[in-house]
Ligand binder design. Structure first.
Ligand code: 2AM
Ligand code: CA
Ligand code: CA
Ligand code: CA
Length: 263
């Protein structure tokens, strides 16, 4: 693979734009929807074909790449050594099926466990968020993004996945109570875009590596904290209860966890 990260970023952006064109073309045709673990966990023929398309493009760019893909067309990974590409072909599949909106395509590139580049493509708005330490910035299409304000929990909105709130996992109700309000978008990618843009100050959800890989790279680069709900680094080979938050809001939320208080 080219060691010129700017070139890699351009190549991956072109790959994602072509993937988007194909996804949008296929959305006009019949969609096959299957359940994975249950009726709220879906996969379509387009999730699968887009993952195959993206992974073929990645292997073309980087023949020795190790690829972790949600739908199983990548490799079985046992470590993060070397260069690892983490792919979520459609993030927010339920939104994709029900709304034809509010879903994303995501790719994260890690080198020996260190995030280098992240890509989150807001498909229907046609805005590609891309960047990380390898290219020294984060962009929304051609527009560079500056770091979001370091808001305390009380000063901003927090995103979360609905089950955490319903079951009051990890003191979610107290966290929501202490915030300015909660929003639920149904796509980790769209949630992380909102944090990148400072529209929300954080996001809490139980996530797999492909849900968080791309966002973690860009968020960290802009000073947003990504950790487990206990403040520990994520294990990028398994699931995590993920806390994305501004530095101040992370401190506020970790304090709630430590105090172990409910409403
Ligand atoms: P997905 O659409 O790629 O599966 C929905 O709240 C968000 O959580 C989406 O980003 C979704 O990603 C992710 N998610 C992770 N695990 C999930 C699961 N078991 N069922 C549904 N969504 C899941
Ligand atoms: Ca899924
Ligand atoms: Ca996902
Ligand atoms: Ca997905």
């Amino acid at each position: 693979m080219s060691e010129d990260w700017q070139q890699v970023a351009r190549d991956v952006s072109a790959l994602l734009r072509e993937g988007r064109r194909q996804v949008i073309a296929k959305m006009a045709g019949p969609m096959t929807v299957d359940e994975k673990t249950g009726r709220k966990d879906l996969v379509t023929n387009i999730d699968k074909s887009n993952e195959q398309f993206l992974i073929a493009g990645i292997r073309n760019m980087d023949p020795t790449a190790k690829v972790l893909g949600e739908e199983g067309f990548g490799d079985k990974l046992t470590s993060l050594d070397g260069r690892v590409w983490i792919v979520d072909p459609i993030d927010g599949t339920m939104n994709f099926v029900k709304q034809h909106d509010n879903f994303a395509m995501m790719i994260g590139i890690y080198q020996d466990g260190e995030g280098q580049l992240g890509f989150i493509y807001d498909v229907m708005n046609d805005v590609l968020y891309a960047g990380g330490p390898a290219v020294g910035g984060v962009w929304a299409n051609d527009q560079q993004i500056s770091a979001p304000a370091n808001l305390a929990l009380s000063e901003g909105l927090i995103g979360a996945s609905a089950p955490l709130v319903v079951h009051d996992t990890a003191h979610m109700q107290k966290i929501v109570h202490d915030s300015a309000g909660m929003r639920i978008y149904g796509s980790a990618g769209i949630e992380m875009i909102n944090v990148l843009l400072g529209k929300t100050l954080g996001y809490i959800s139980y996530l797999k590596p492909w849900d968080i890989a791309a966002g973690q790279v860009m968020l960290n680069f802009l000073g947003v904290r990504v950790s487990t709900i206990d403040g520990q680094p994520l294990n990028m080979l398994s699931s995590n209860l993920v806390l994305v938050a501004t530095e101040k809001a992370q401190r506020d939320i970790l304090q709630i966890e430590e105090d172990d208080v409910s409403l």
